[in-house]
Design a protein around this ligand. Structure first.
Ligand code: IVH
Length: 672
């Protein structure tokens, strides 16, 4: 079809105009035109592209997502994607600058590029001849995943750079994030549709970039700020980072408008404090500031440690705190009957999530806080940590009467509540208590235990309330007909659930043990028990003293394990589970399973040939203990490149230090 020049021109103009408005809207949060006008431009462009067959991959209309992939492909970063060292106070910032000056051997003043540390997901964008060719996650810094299909849906990432005649590759790195407003819109929609609301912007962004089906990603208004350049083919770069930002900006790449160039650490500190002040007013979440030496030549002179550049530093903000009112204190019954006080709060947005209830842990904590219902309190939340009530701010004289007391009867089953030890209160109902039953089934089905896909908390509650299941063995007796009779369960999802339950019968001994919910037996202890005994019967037959022989199992946990397996009801339940077909492979104990027994290893620095977790597994399989820090009880430190304080400590204590090569030959010699 012959397309009139005038139409071609209009399409080009529309694309330029739409890209311009996208940028104002998504990068600068300052639209120039109303949404309706924008929509009209967009619809006109779509019409012209369709009628004249003018669709090209770089058109702003091509961001709606495409057919799902079956898996992500791996990509290798030609230049490693580094991480940042972090500091928490002014002194540590001064130390950072002192180290730089010492290394440069000069006292000359240093200029810094200061930027918000955006709380999102690090990505690499690769442009070839000015067109977006590939986007990848950071992964472990060396290998990431190809997420081009998802990143293309973000309006703030240009599909084509606004520059003519650029040849070769240009890699730009930055943070993909979800703005606070976008997050609120997304959740409003989810709520209106009755679907699950998202917890916080960061997790939502991380989930969105890792979708196989980019149509799901397209529903999330992801944004991006670019913060560095990776590989380039002969594309001239300016001498300073601040100038690089200006250049990226001129090409249409999104750069953070809240960045600034500052002189010396005093300038940086002022920037950090100003940023902290306006933190809540920003439309994106940040967890600190990043300070980078501005001069690129000095950057390369300073170089890097194993994973972090010496020319940059993250200054982390303190955890966020907000005040709110405690509306009520309720008591929740856990899996083992423990009664925990939970504060119901007037909902408050803190540290990136809306908090409406939070655990008070135990009655000692309630007393320490001096908490009464109706009090104003300070709630703190940092990163992914659960929110915490840190103190009461209502003055004593204004407090309402009525201290918080543990109920004498279990709120779930009415059985008597008994005190155990200093601070614990427990429901004495055991198996008759529906709350305990629900919690133990939820735990059994959870990802780290039997991993029954689709059997979530809500469904378990529904099933227990409907009398369909009373214990974990009942789960295996469920039928499609029973499940599909429940509210909101269609025939397809019921069939899927029954298939998932059937599939979960084949498990591992460690998962099974963890799923039983023995007091204080977490995943690591369950794994240690499975490794040590190999099968269930020897565990049932063993005594508390036997369990204590396992590294990391102390007398209290050993006692809990022994008590659990001497309880008739527990043994009957296990029997029932085996009758229902739950099975695992018996672990053959190797001859060399205890050659390193009694020895403690510490792994530090970068291990290049074997991953940390694999090294740890191999050591544990030989009977060694792997600790996180060096102490006088450490026997051997395995130090890879970049090992720092742990290596120094080992040297100080005269502990044997070996490198990765020696470590691998040690494993080799012992594995024979
Ligand atoms: S620079 C070599 N700048 O923080 C420097 N990182 O802890 C590499 N981040 O993985 C990163 N905002 O995901 C840099 N303005 C910023 C940043 C930023 C957020 C993230 C990034 C990185 C992590 C490092």
């Amino acid at each position: 079809m012959k397309v009139p020049d005038q139409i071609k021109q209009e399409v080009n103009d529309l694309r330029r105009e739409i890209n311009h408005h996208n940028r104002l809207y998504y990068t600068f949060d300052s639209p120039e035109i109303p949404d309706a006008d924008y929509d009209a431009l967009f619809v006109r462009l779509q019409e012209l592209e369709q009628s004249y067959d003018l669709v090209t991959p770089d058109s702003p209309t091509q961001r709606v997502g495409s057919e799902p992939l079956t898996q992500f492909s791996q990509i290798t970063h030609e230049q490693a994607m580094l991480s940042l060292d972090k500091v928490f106070n002014e002194q540590e910032l001064e130390d950072f600058e002192a180290r730089i000056k010492k290394r440069l051997g000069s006292e000359a003043g240093i200029e810094y590029s200061c930027e918000p540390k955006v709380d999102g997901v690090a990505v690499s964008l690769l442009y070839r001849d000015g067109l977006l060719e590939r986007a990848a996650t950071r992964g472990d810094g060396i290998t990431g995943e190809d997420i081009t299909h998802n990143v293309r849906t973000s309006q703030s990432v240009p599909l084509k750079l606004d520059v003519s005649g650029m040849r070769g590759r240009l890699e730009v790195r930055g943070e993909i994030y979800l703005g606070k407003a976008g997050f609120a819109r997304l959740n409003a929609r989810a709520e209106a549709q009755g679907s699950k609301v998202f917890v916080n912007p960061r997790n939502t962004a991380a989930g969105a970039v890792r979708q196989l089906d980019s149509r799901n990603t397209a529903r999330v208004p992801l944004q991006m700020y670019c913060y560095s350049i990776g590989i380039t083919d002969d594309i001239a770069m300016p001498a300073r980072l601040s100038e690089v930002f200006a250049l990226l900006d001129s090409w249409g790449l999104p750069v953070n408008p809240d960045r600034s160039t500052e002189q010396g650490m005093q300038g940086c500190l002022k920037y950090c404090l100003d940023l902290l002040d306006k933190r809540n007013a920003l439309d994106y979440e940040i967890d600190g500031a990043v300070l980078k030496v501005n001069d690129l030549e000095i950057q390369s002179e300073l170089g890097q440690n194993a994973r972090t550049p010496r020319w940059a530093m993250a200054y982390k903000f303190p955890a966020e705190e907000k005040s709110t009112r405690v509306l009520d204190v309720e008591f929740q019954v856990g899996r083992t009957g423990t009664i925990t006080p939970v504060a119901r709060l007037d909902p408050v947005f803190v540290g990136g999530v809306t908090v409406s209830n939070t655990t008070l842990h135990n009655m000692d904590e309630v007393e320490r806080l001096g908490l009464r219902i109706g009090d104003m309190v300070i709630v703190r939340r940092a990163g992914d940590v659960i929110p915490k009530v840190v103190r009461v701010i209502t003055p004593e004289k204004n407090k309402k009467p009525g201290i918080i007391e543990v109920p004498s009867a279990c709120p779930a089953c009415g059985s008597s509540v008994e005190k155990e030890g200093e601070v614990l209160y427990k429901c004495s109902g055991g198996i008759i208590c529906p709350a305990q039953r629900k919690e133990s089934i939820k735990h059994f089905a959870s990802r780290s235990a039997m991993d029954i896909e689709g059997l979530g908390d809500k469904l378990v509650e529904l099933m227990v309330d409907a009398g369909l299941i009373n214990n974990v063995a009942d789960v295996f007796k469920l039928t499609v007909a029973q499940v599909s009779a429940l509210e909101r369960m269609g025939p397809k999802s019921s069939e899927n659930l029954i298939a998932a339950i059937a599939g979960s019968r084949k498990t591992s001994l460690a998962r099974f043990l963890y799923g039983l919910g023995i007091r204080e037996v977490g995943e690591a202890t369950a794994q240690a028990l499975a490794q040590h005994y190999g099968d269930l019967q020897p565990i049932i037959d063993a005594s508390a003293e036997d369990h204590e022989l396992i590294a990391d199992i102390g007398p209290i946990v050993a006692q809990h394990i022994a008590v659990f397996f001497s309880n008739k009801e527990n043994l009957a339940l296990i029997e029932e589970l085996l009758v229902q077909g739950v099975e695992w492979e018996v672990i053959e104990k190797a001859d060399n399973a205890d050659v390193l027994a009694g020895q403690t290893f510490v792994l530090t620095g970068t291990l290049e040939q074997m991953s940390r977790s694999e090294s740890k597994n191999q050591l544990q399989a030989l009977g060694a203990k792997v600790a996180g820090s060096v102490s006088k009880n450490t026997d051997v430190v395995v130090a890879g490149p970049g090992a720092g304080s742990k290596r120094a400590k080992a040297e100080e204590l005269g502990i044997k230090i070996i490198d990765e090569g020696e470590f691998l030959s040690l494993l080799d010699s012992l594995s024979k």
